[in-house]
Ligand binder design. Structure first.
Ligand code: F2R
Ligand code: MG
Ligand code: MG
Length: 353
């Protein structure tokens, strides 16, 4: 790989994790609001970007706390070690529980601690009377896996799934994480200077999810290909351009804590924000992605965080406003995780560090 390409890739690694952090920190104040006024959000972002605005740091939530655990585990072990990951999730939660964790995932942490991590997947399988969680908690934290597996698609798919299964045993929970990881991976491999073919981006995701959802054929599901169905809705909405009302986006794609009704939404936000969006005044498509994701309401921190990870991996760190970044708690640590992951990946794949 030429030096210029390696500089770009390093910037994409930072963009991905910083993008996820910004979505979480800036989206968190609006989490669970039904709909967020675009006018209010415009003022919020303008103020944060303003030269003279000094505010307390915007705290991160569980999305970033768990992303941090995955990054640290991969950096230390240079592979995905499910027991280590489980221990880190548990330690992180019990040392800093007030980060807005999912209501039920906390039961997994308690059980893991009680059984002393003998079976890191066991407690997740017991959730919801054995059906497992379909929440988006595994998808929201998966970005470091996509960076770590930059060079290997097959490894990406299996590692994203295993990282998810420590807490999310339901096929919708872990496949949501796999889809989010694939979307970040696609962004990493595209050059923003060449422009994005949004249709190809979605069609590629549909093709890849077809191979993954094949595994669920024996489950007797009402819709055996739920993520492909949602991604087809994403494509239909994109085909209709800027005229689609927010209410319709939420009705078709969802904006809640279920992975099925938030991961495709985050992908749509990134793709729709390639073009201007009515009511959002910025020339910066990264900022547009976050502002639009938050404006849809619902699970704003998580949808903005997932959209931010995909957008940051596509545009790179240089496209993200420094003024917005400096409001976020944990920024320097997150940048360091991205840099260290890049060095690790470069060392393993003959890329200039
Ligand atoms: N928990 C929140 N937000 C609540 C408000 C926080 C507030 N701002 C505050 O600070 O207090 N956000 C975080 O949770 C989401 C990720 O959740 P995760 O990790 O997937 O957790 P869990 O508990 O496994 O699933 C979430 C809920 O989904 C429903 N659910 C999941 N599987 C189900 C199943 N098989 N059957 C029925 N329901 C199921 C449950 O209601 C779960 O509690 C992110 O938004 C993160 O930001
Ligand atoms: Mg959160
Ligand atoms: Mg959330």
């Amino acid at each position: 790989m030429a030096l210029a390409e390696s500089i770009l890739l390093a910037s994409k690694f930072r963009g991905c994790l910083v993008g996820a952090l910004l979505g979480d920190c800036l989206g968190a104040p609006y989490e669970a609001e039904t709909k967020v006024s675009k006018i209010v959000l415009q003022k919020y972002f303008d103020k944060l970007e303003g030269q003279y605005f000094k505010s307390p740091v915007k705290p991160y939530t569980d999305d970033t706390a768990m992303t941090k655990c995955i990054a640290e585990s991969l950096l230390e072990h240079k592979k995905l070690d499910a027991s280590d990951l489980a221990k880190r999730f548990v330690k992180e939660y019990f040392s800093d529980p007030r980060r807005g964790y999912g209501a039920n995932v906390v039961d997994v942490f308690r059980k893991l601690r009680t059984q002393k991590f003998v079976d890191p997947f066991g407690p997740a399988r017991e959730q919801f009377e054995g059906s497992g969680s379909y929440g988006n908690g595994a998808a929201m934290r998966v970005s470091p896996v996509a960076l770590f597996c930059h060079d290997s698609y097959d490894e990406l798919v299996s590692m994203a799934r295993v990282s998810a299964e420590v807490t999310h045993a339901n096929h919708l929970g872990f496949n949501g994480a796999v889809l989010q990881a694939i979307a970040v991976h696609q962004s990493l491999h595209l050059n923003a200077k060449e422009g994005l073919d949004v249709t190809s981006f979605v069609l590629d995701l549909i093709t890849k999810m077809a191979a993954i959802e094949k595994d669920d054929e024996g489950l007797g599901l009402e819709d055996p290909t739920p993520y492909q169905t949602q991604l087809k809705h994403v494509k239909e909405l994109l085909d209709r351009g800027d005229g689609v009302e927010d209410a319709e986006v939420v009705r078709q794609l969802g904006n809640n804590v279920a992975a099925l009704f938030s991961v495709p939404t985050a992908i749509y936000c990134f793709l729709r924000a390639q073009e201007d969006i009515e009511g959002i005044k910025t020339d910066n498509p990264f900022r547009r992605t976050l502002q639009y994701a938050i404006s849809l309401g619902g699970d704003t921190d998580t949808i903005a965080s997932m959209a931010g990870a995909i957008a940051g991996a596509y545009y790179g760190h240089g496209a993200i406003s420094e003024a917005l970044q400096r409001h976020c708690e944990l920024l320097s640590e997150v940048v360091k995780y991205a840099e260290d992951l890049y060095v690790l990946v470069a060392a393993q794949s003959n890329v200039p560090p």
